[in-house]
Design a protein around this ligand. Structure first.
Ligand SMILES: [Zn+2]
Length: 111
């Protein structure tokens, strides 16, 4: 997917930047120090979308464990997929669970 300009969003009352970049070894990460979410631009849009949900939860609730976030992410993704036709989005079906780890709630970008 092509890169686009970073966007500014409000998460938990703070302004965050969301951008895409080529990442290695992770689909995305959440940098609390920079208030930035970065999503791997090289993955399928469906994976980017799911990763964005995951990383936004890290940004919103840094106290949640990785297991809790993964559990909630799975539920949200299932609900959005079920309702996908309502919005003309979230139709991707190629969202196999990945072995590629997301960087756990981290302070520094992946190498
Ligand atoms: Zn995570």
């Amino acid at each position: 997917m092509q890169r686009r300009k970073p966007i500014r969003v409000t998460i938990a009352g703070n302004e965050w930047t969301v951008r895409r970049a080529r990442l290695k070894r992770v689909y995305g990460y959440c940098d609390h120090a920079k208030r930035e979410i970065v999503i791997d631009a090289a993955t399928a849009p469906d994976i980017q979308w799911q990763t964005l949900i995951h990383e936004a939860m890290h940004a919103s609730a840094p106290d949640l464990s990785e297991d809790a976030i993964l559990r909630i992410e799975a539920d949200i993704v299932a609900v959005l997929r079920g309702c996908g036709d309502w919005f003309g989005a979230a139709r991707g079906t190629d969202a196999r669970p990945s072995n590629r780890p997301r960087q756990p709630n981290t302070q520094s970008p992946a190498k």
